[in-house]
Design a protein around this ligand. Structure first.
Ligand code: GTP
Ligand code: MG
Length: 490
C-alpha cells in the first residue's frame, strides 16, 4: 500500500515528511516490512488513545480526583511524605517496592562510607559553627575550605584503619556499578554532590536520582534480576551479582570504621555531621549488612533518592465517601535547577503542600553554598504565595524535620547564630517553631494576591504515626476546599 508521501507531491517540500520518507531505493520486501511496522505502530497508538479517552470519560463520570502538588527545596521531605502516604493508604504497593528500596539503601550506606574514607584521605579543617551557616554533609566535601589543617594524617598513624580501608576497597566496584547504572545518562549534577574519588576508580559518588521519565524501580529490578511485583520472598539470595553480597562481606569492617574513636574524632574535627545527611544509615549497619537484609518500613522512609522532573502518583484514599477517593499527588525535584519545571503544574491543582525543613536553619543549599536553607525556604514560600496563577489554590505548610530540629537544639546549636532577628528569645522548640510559624504566616498574608487561610503543621514525615495524624487532618482540609472549589465552579 503506497504511503501518503506519494499522494501529495507538495509534501516533499515539507522537512518532516522528507525525513519520514522511505529511502528512494526501497525494495518491495523492505516496503512491505515497513508498512507492517507502521500498521503495528498505528495499532499501539490507537490503543493508547482509546485508553486515554476511556480514562477521561471515567473521570468525567466519576467524582473529580483530588490533585495535590508537593513543593519545597531539595531534601525538604516531599518524596518521603509521598512514601508515607502510600504506606498508609496502599501498604501492599509499598511493600512490593521493598527490593528496589533495598538497593537505594545499600547505595546510601556506600556513599557515607565513601565520605569517611575520603575525609581520611583528604582531611579538611573544621568550620566553626558560630561564624555563620555551616556546611551540609552532602555539599561539604565539594566546598573548598581554607585554613590550617591541624589534623594528624590518621591513615598514616593508625595501621588498623589502614587495613580496614584496604579491606573495604571492593565496595568501590559496587558503588561504581550502582551509580553508573542508576544515574540517568543525561544527568549532571554540577557543583552539588561531587566528591573527590577515594577509591581507585574514576566515578564520583554523586547522589542517586530518580527520573520521572524512567521507571527507576524496574531498573533496580533488572540489577537484582527480579520483578519487584513478586513478593520479597522471591529474592534470589544466591545471585552472585547481588550488591548485598559484597556489603555483607565488608560489614564488620564498615562497623569498625564507623565506630573507630579516631574516625569519630576526625569527623568531629572536620565538622562532618554525617548523621544529618540524607540517607544516613551508619547507625543501622548491623541490620543493613546482615546476610539476607530486607529493609524495614522505617529504613525505606529514611532512604534518600533525589527526584528529577515531575511525577504523578495515583493513590486510592478512603475518604469515607466516594468523593475524594482518588488522589493524584505530584512530586517534583526541589534542586534549584529543577524548579522551572514546576510552573506547568500550577494550573488545576486543588492543594499545594509546601515542605520547609526547619532543622536546616544552620545549613546551606548543596547547589548554592552561600545560601542558607531556611532563607531559601522562606523565599520560595514567598514566591509561591505571591504567584497569581495559584491565587485560588490552597497552600498547606509543613514545618518539617521537627525531630531533627529537637535533636539539634538539644545539642546546643542556637537559632540566633543563624537568624539574627530571633534575638535573645529562648532557644527551645516551642518558642522557635512559634516564631517560624508566625514568620511564614506573615509572608503568606503580605504576599497572597487574595486573602487565604493559613494551614500549618509541625511534621516529621519519616515518622509514620505522627504523619498518619497529619494526613487525617489534611484529608479534611483538602476535601473541604476541594468541595468549596467545585461549588464555586458550578
Ligand atoms: N529525620 C527526618 N528525616 C527526614 C524528614 N523528612 C525527610 N527526611 C529525610 O531527608 C531525606 C530527603 O528527603 P526527600 O523526601 O528525598 O526530599 P525531597 O524533598 O523529595 O528532595 P528532592 O527529591 O531532592 O527534591 C531523606 O533521606 C528522608 O528520609 C523528617 O521529617 N525527619
Ligand atoms: Mg524527592
Amino acid at each position: 500500500m503506497p504511503s501518503r508521501v506519494y499522494e501529495h507531491p507538495f509534501d516533499e517540500w515539507d522537512p518532516v515528511t522528507k525525513t519520514m520518507s522511505p529511502p528512494p531505493d526501497e525494495s518491495v520486501e523492505e516496503m512491505e516490512a515497513r508498512v507492517q511496522l507502521e500498521l503495528e505502530a498505528r495499532k499501539v497508538s490507537d490503543a493508547i488513545d482509546e485508553d486515554l479517552n476511556e480514562q477521561r470519560a471515567a473521570e468525567k463520570r466519576g467524582p473529580k480526583p483530588v490533585r495535590v502538588l508537593l513543593l519545597g527545596q531539595s531534601e525538604s521531605g516531599k518524596s518521603t511524605f509521598l512514601k508515607n502516604f502510600q504506606l498508609i493508604h496502599n501498604p501492599k504497593a509499598f511493600s512490593a517496592e521493598r527490593l528496589s528500596w533495598r538497593i537505594v539503601i545499600l547505595y546510601n550506606v556506600l556513599r557515607s562510607i565513601h565520605i569517611i574514607l575520603d575525609a581520611m584521605t583528604h582531611p579538611s579543617p573544621a568550620q566553626p559553627r558560630s561564624r555563620g551557616p555551616v556546611k551540609e554533609g552532602t555539599s561539604s566535601s565539594s566546598s573548598p575550605l581554607s585554613g590550617e589543617i591541624s589534623l594528624p594524617d590518621l591513615h598514616d598513624l593508625d595501621p588498623e584503619l589502614l587495613e580496614i580501608r584496604s579491606r573495604l576497597a571492593p565496595l568501590a566496584q559496587v558503588e561504581d556499578l550502582l551509580a553508573r547504572q542508576l544515574t540517568p545518562l543525561d544527568y549532571s549534577e554540577v557543583g552539588t554532590t561531587q566528591l573527590a574519588p577515594v577509591y581507585p576508580i574514576k566515578q564520583n559518588p554523586t547522589e542517586l536520582v530518580v527520573n520521572s521519565t524512567v521507571n527507576w524501580k524496574q531498573r533496580f529490578d533488572r540489577l537484582v534480576g527480579r520483578d519487584s511485583s513478586d513478593s520479597e520472598r522471591m529474592i534470589d539470595w544466591n545471585d552472585p551479582n547481588d550488591p548485598g553480597k559484597v556489603i555483607h562481606t565488608c560489614g564488620k569492617d564498615m562497623i569498625r570504621l564507623w565506630n573507630h574513636p579516631l574516625v569519630q574524632q576526625m569527623l568531629e574535627k572536620q565538622n562532618l555531621r554525617l548523621e544529618e545527611m540524607a540517607g544516613f544509615f551508619l547507625d543501622s549497619l548491623h541490620e543493613i549488612t546482615a546476610d539476607r537484609y530486607l529493609p524495614t518500613n522505617d529504613h525505606i522512609l529514611r532512604a534518600r533518592l533525589k527526584t528529577l522532573g515531575v511525577s504523578e502518583h495515583r493513590v486510592r484514599v478512603n475518604a469515607g465517601s466516594d468523593l475524594g477517593n482518588d488522589w493524584r499527588i505530584f512530586d517534583v525535584g526541589g534542586h534549584r535547577s529543577l524548579r522551572s519545571a514546576w510552573a506547568p503544574y500550577f494550573d488545576n491543582m486543588d492543594t499545594i503542600i509546601f515542605l520547609a525543613p526547619i532543622s536546616a536553619f544552620d545549613q546551606v543549599l548543596a547547589e548554592a553554598p552561600k545560601v542558607n536553607r531556611l532563607e531559601d525556604s522562606v523565599l520560595l514560600w514567598t514566591s509561591i504565595a505571591a504567584n497569581k496563577i495559584l491565587q485560588h489554590t490552597d497552600l498547606i505548610l509543613f514545618l518539617n524535620k521537627c525531630d531533627l530540629m529537637t535533636a539539634k537544639l538539644a545539642s546546643g546549636i542556637k537559632l540566633k547564630d543563624y537568624v539574627v532577628s530571633y534575638g535573645n528569645r529562648p532557644n527551645d522548640f516551642e518558642n522557635i517553631t512559634n516564631y517560624l510559624r508566625k514568620k511564614f504566616a506573615g509572608v503568606l498574608k503580605e504576599n497572597s494576591p487574595i486573602a487565604r487561610t493559613f494551614y500549618c503543621h509541625y511534621t516529621s514525615v519519616t515518622d509514620t504515626l505522627s504523619t498518619q495524624k497529619v494526613i487525617a487532618t489534611l484529608k479534611d482540609t483538602v476535601m473541604r476546599d476541594s468541595l468549596k472549589h467545585s461549588t464555586l465552579l458550578i
